[in-house]
Design a protein around this ligand. Structure first.
Ligand SMILES: [Zn+2]
Length: 202
């Protein structure tokens, strides 16, 4: 009787450990892999590709939002007929998925952004906006950071953009801005990209 009981306990522990393992895989490793695979597909366009030379990083300065909402604001309030100023928006779970990458029309059409005050830069700079206000207490969610790192890694390889041309909005001199906020993990992002491009996995 005692032996049977011990077996039941061991079996239960084994099942419990397996369940935790599967949960962790699904939450973290599985998702990372899924984002990595999807990015190539997401970035695919049917038109001639622009000669992108820069990547400019932004935050939305809002706690929530998505590409559709920001696009409506840019079209209706800012009066930009092309709508959404950015090429990509990465959600934080409030308004779109946590780590979800939304592709803007300016990307599918391969046209200039409207995300900096430097019009020449806008012609050749991919604009990526993370939902959130990183000038306040927040910083990007783990999923947002993973998606961002994978997206920047993919497009910088595809268009041969050196990491020195992966910049934050506040590094564009034309107009003073806090964007993407003091808590934006820029150094961490660049070191991740450099590691990936020197042959180490992301
Ligand atoms: Zn910005």
């Amino acid at each position: 009787m005692k032996i049977v009981k011990r077996h039941v306990i061991i079996f239960s522990i084994a099942m419990y450990v397996t369940a935790i393992g599967l949960f962790i895989y699904q939450q973290f490793i599985g998702k990372e892999r899924q984002f990595a695979i999807d990015i190539e597909k997401l970035c695919k366009v049917d038109v001639n590709e622009n000669e992108w030379k820069y990547i400019v990083l932004h935050h939305s300065a809002t706690d929530e939002g998505n590409a559709k909402r920001f696009g409506r604001y840019h079209r209706e309030e800012r009066k930009w007929p092309e709508g959404l100023a950015y090429h990509f928006v990465i959600g934080n779970g409030n308004g779109s998925g946590n780590g979800e990458i939304e592709v803007g029309e300016r990307w599918t059409k391969q046209i200039h952004g409207a995300h900096t005050a430097n019009m020449n830069l806008n012609q050749i700079a991919i604009g990526i906006c993370l939902v959130g206000n990183f000038e306040e207490d927040n910083k990007p969610t783990k999923n947002q950071f993973i998606s961002l790192a994978n997206l920047v890694d993919y497009v910088s390889k595809r268009y041969k953009i050196p990491e020195s041309n992966v910049i934050m909005h506040n590094q564009v001199v034309q107009k003073s801005t806090a964007c993407p906020g003091k808590n934006f993990p820029y150094k961490e992002l660049i070191s991740k990209i450099v590691k990936s491009q020197t042959g180490k996995t992301l």
